[in-house]
Design a protein around this ligand. Structure first.
Ligand code: MN3
Length: 236
């Protein structure tokens, strides 16, 4: 193989190799394509596959406009700095060093990349015994977990996210973040490894549910991808 071809192939093979759970990390530092930047990940389903719980138009705008916007703005911010920080997780872990625009857009890219695979067509997956056991041990029962998660998601004032994380002590914990912050960020009040994430920005539900965030949350359990939860739980 000619050297030039080898470099090209090597770069292509490296993109997407950084994996956290099922999150594909498109790391600038790891690509041999200067300026290639982060890319909008494809959804693992069609825009209308989550109907009737999340409508097609909401999914299309959310992915192709909102998430795409975070990716584009993140690449603009990265172009301004000389030392390329690598993966989006690495940017988040050191977010206090960067601009507010980096914080909003690196968070936006990570959070949505993590969120999309956590959904699947209704009843496509069921909760495994191991997930049931982990949630029951941490929260008393699966129902108590859902109640606590719902309460947390409803408590977010304005825009933000609700999370189930494995915290720094290794325990499962529910927390929330404002705007596009996340628990990977060094500035986060509660830090840990995300396992479940729920976007409670109005752009995630307003067309269908208007102001009724509680309806959106209650519907969301129907399309939660329990296989992905299991994978995230077992990720080290
Ligand atoms: Mn969103």
């Amino acid at each position: 193989m000619k050297r030039r071809n080898f470099i090209k192939t090597g770069a292509a093979a490296t993109i997407g190799l950084g994996v956290l759970g099922s999150l594909q990390v498109h790391s600038i530092a790891n690509t041999a394509q200067p300026g290639a930047g982060f890319k909008l990940p494809k959804l693992p389903y069609n825009y209308d596959d989550l109907e009737p719980f999340i409508d097609r138009v909401t999914m299309e705008i959310h992915h192709s406009k909102h998430h795409a916007g975070y990716v584009s703005n993140l690449n603009t911010e990265l172009a301004k700095i000389i030392d390329k920080p690598g993966s989006v997780e690495n940017i988040c872990a050191n977010i206090s060093k960067y601009s507010t625009a980096m914080r909003n857009n690196a968070g936006g890219h990570y959070n949505h990349s993590f969120f999309w695979p956590l959904m699947a067509p209704a009843l496509a997956t069921t909760m495994s015994a191991s997930v049931n056991k982990a949630l029951t041990e941490a929260f008393g029962s699966v129902e108590q977990f859902k109640t606590a998660f719902r309460k947390a998601a409803l408590s977010v004032f304005g825009s933000g996210w609700a999370w189930l994380i494995r915290n720094e002590k290794g325990k499962l914990e529910i927390c929330t973040t404002a705007n596009q912050d996340n628990p990977l960020m060094d500035i986060a009040e509660v830090k840990g490894q995300p396992i479940i994430a729920l976007d409670v920005w109005e752009h995630a539900y307003y067309l269908k549910h208007q102001n009724k965030r509680s309806d959106y949350i209650d519907n969301w359990w129907q399309i939660l991808n329990w296989d992905q939860v299991k994978e995230n739980l077992s990720a080290k």
